[in-house]
Design a binder for this molecule. Structure first.
Ligand SMILES: *Cc1c(COP(=O)(O)O)cnc(C)c1O
Length: 387
């Protein structure tokens, strides 16, 4: 791969590392020269079944030979099957499909507004949290309370307010009769792998119930087994009104989804919202395999077990380690730059990510085992201790 040529023809909106990969197997991926890397980032929390998963690859190949896409003017069988699995394993009643995380949040924002419009209530304000991330489209961006992502894109849609994460008083200060919904990540992914406190979430949920405010959980990163349960909200004693999904859902094939209670979902009557590609054959056949695997006997137990093991091993560095299941962050002290560690790790055959200010992010395929984790720790020890 000629990286110069790549930069000539591609938008330069990404800070790309000079690597290109060719094939993968399980948690490992190979570059063009055949060099092997352990992938602890999985396409940013996407490739939950790893690479070349036999069932996923086969299902995609089989489907590609039949129909890839047909549009929602017709019924799509695997779409119904995936919706059924999501509903039967969540507190929601109905599912809308789209193609990405931003789109799922965009749909959720529209759904919230339309729901209160249908009730003839002047409620449209959405409260989200500092350090959160909900996507790059204008609505999702307005819900993303991080100034660096807003710069140069004003005016953003109106009706968004930002509270402090894990600070119930700051939420109370912002809500009023116009407040329609709270949007929250139960573990802030991009923001630095910050888990929400149990007590905070419980109080937030009761405030929503008392004030006719919808509780919307952005599970784009935390959903589909990432935290050791199918959804992160299941670690908390709450039932969200709306759940948004994407990343892990298709195991690498683009797909997003919104799960909502019946009462809310019914506001999207024909003509109100749509997506041409949303829930197409290829995407939903993939999601079906992913869900069947993640929900298979013992799978989530292993995610929890290996997640605990990863955290335990990372604690050997003596830094702050946080997260749940296989979304784990390690805060680095100021004298160690997270990006430098990522670059050195790549040189040494390990793919990891960064998040927040100076945090290393680990979101490996959910099929990772202890031996892979040991290898990652060994490589990191050489980099961090051997500086
Ligand atoms: C990645 C992410 C998004 C945006 O998803 P895209 O598919 O990139 O649009 C939204 N919310 C959360 C929590 C995410 O981690």
């Amino acid at each position: 791969m000629d990286f110069k040529e790549a930069d000539k023809y591609l938008f330069q909106n990404y800070g790309r590392f000079p690597y290109a990969f060719e094939k993968g197997e399980g948690c490992y991926i190979y570059d063009e020269n055949g060099k092997k890397y352990l992938d602890m980032l999985s396409g940013i929390a996407v490739n939950c079944l790893g690479y070349n998963h036999p069932k996923l690859s086969e299902a995609i190949c089989d489907q590609a030979k039949k129909i890839i896409h047909i549009s929602n003017l017709f019924y799509i069988k695997p779409q119904v099957e995936v919706a059924k699995i999501l509903v039967e394993n969540s507190c929601g009643d109905k599912v809308f499909f789209c193609n990405s995380g931003a789109e799922s949040n965009e749909a959720a924002i529209k759904l919230v507004r339309r729901y209160f419009y249908d009730k003839s209530l002047n409620k449209y304000e959405i409260v989200s949290f500092e350090g959160g991330f909900h996507g790059r489209t204008l609505g999702a961006l307005a819900a993303t309370a991080q100034p660096k992502y807003h710069e140069g894109f004003q005016p953003l849609p109106e009706g968004f307010k930002y509270a402090k994460y894990n600070n119930i008083q700051s939420v109370k200060n912002l809500i009023n009769e116009k407040t329609a919904a709270i949007f929250i990540e139960l573990i802030q992914g991009e923001g630095g792998v910050n888990p929400a406190d149990k007590e905070f979430v419980k109080e937030l949920f009761s405030i929503c119930k008392e004030n006719n405010i919808l509780f919307c959980v952005d599970e784009v990163q935390t959903g589909i087994g990432r935290t050791g349960k199918l959804f992160a909200y299941q670690h908390y004693d709450i039932e969200p009104d709306i759940i948004t999904l994407a990343k892990g859902l298709g195991g690498g094939v683009p797909i997003g989804a919104v799960i909502a209670k019946e009462e809310i979902a019914k506001s999207f009557i024909p003509g109100t919202h749509a997506s041409t590609f949303g829930g197409n054959y290829l995407a939903t056949v993939s999601a079906k395999v992913v869900l069947q695997e993640v929900l298979s006997e013992g799978f989530l137990d292993k995610v929890r077990e290996n997640g605990d093991y990863l955290k335990e091993r990372l604690k050997e560095f003596g830094f702050n380690v946080k997260g749940l299941g296989l979304i784990v962050g390690m805060d680095l002290p100021e004298n160690i730059n997270a990006k430098d560690v990522v670059v050195k790790a790549l040189e040494n055959g390990l793919i990891i990510g960064t998040a927040g200010k100076n945090t290393l992010r680990f979101v490996p395929p959910l099929i990772i085992d202890k031996k892979d984790i040991d290898l990652a720790i060994e490589i990191l020890k050489n980099i961090i201790m051997g500086r």
